[in-house]
Design a protein around this ligand. Structure first.
Ligand code: KIV
Length: 270
């Protein structure tokens, strides 16, 4: 019997999905074991997000995570994946300073992790960096709306682009990123109508997180949607599981079994 090998997701496949109106599924993953589960379930895109800074390292923002740490997470994920498209977030401070540094950071990510693309936050302000990375043949996903690396500029995680001027800038930035050659765009925490307007206006896929239902796909942070993290509950987050309760329940039972000498039993020893 011949084994059916699922077609690898590429930028081209994602573009085709947009054209066909097929929604794109995307989740974060930061380690081999979780990436393997997410891949096996059939996800289209895996983002090695800099949300690893919060979720994996316990920081209260995405700012502290380093390029080396993102590369470590990227390598672990890539080892688990053969079909999904894998992209790695460029961490804060590795692309905003100058485009040369941006290119060398992106090259390190691509060479050392084997990922398919990188993601950067921002529009016009970082267009030189995006141009330079793209000119090296590295696919770039943009990220507009709520951009967590700029949290200290905004001071809050509230919905973005509710004012006309900010919405106008977001639309302009989205067009600029498409014209530059980005293969896709993430829109985070903006009004649904604006998300839909951008998705309709652009030819490239637009993936939303809190950007409503009229975009071309959705992304969530894996640990949030599985209910491993509990302290974060924005309206856009649908929890598909309550894993924190299940994990804690299992650990409590394990502790109880050890104390009562129920574990290990006769069959569980040599
Ligand atoms: O780092 C991340 O998890 C992200 C998503 C919120 C899109 O950038």
């Amino acid at each position: 019997m011949t084994k059916v090998i699922a077609r690898k997701v590429t930028t081209h496949v994602l573009q085709e999905m947009k054209l066909k109106g097929e929604k794109i599924s995307m989740l974060t993953a930061y380690d081999f074991s979780m990436a393997r589960l997410v891949e096996a379930a059939g996800i289209d895109v895996i983002l090695v997000g800099d949300s690893a800074s919060n979720v994996m390292a316990g920081h209260n923002s995405t700012l502290p995570i380093t390029l080396d740490q993102m590369i470590y997470h990227g390598c672990s994920v890539v080892r688990a994946v053969s079909r999904a498209f894998v992209l790695v977030d460029m961490p804060f401070g590795t692309y905003q300073g100058n485009s040369k540094e941006a290119l060398s950071s992106a090259i390190r990510i691509m060479k050392e992790t084997g990922a398919d693309a990188v993601k950067l936050e921002g529009g016009k302000e970082i267009i030189e960096s995006i141009d330079r990375i793209l000119s090296a043949g590295i696919p770039v996903m943009g990220h507009l709306g709520l951009t967590p690396q700029s949290i200290h500029k905004f001071g809050t995680y509230v919905v973005r682009a509710t004012e006309d001027s900010e919405a106008k800038k977001l639309v302009e930035d989205a067009h600029l990123l498409e014209q530059a050659g980005c293969f896709a765009l993430v829109l985070e925490k903006i009004p649904a109508m604006l998300g839909g307007q951008v998705a309709k206006a652009l030819k490239i896929p637009v993936i939303g997180i809190g950007a409503g239902r009229y975009v071309d796909g959705q992304v969530l942070v894996l640990h949030d949607m599985l209910g491993i993290t509990q302290e974060f509950s924005p309206r856009f987050l649908r929890r598909y599981h309550n894993l924190s309760e299940e994990i804690q329940g299992s650990v409590r039972t394990y502790i109880k079994d050890i104390k009562s000498m129920e574990f290990p039993n006769e069959r569980e020893q040599y």
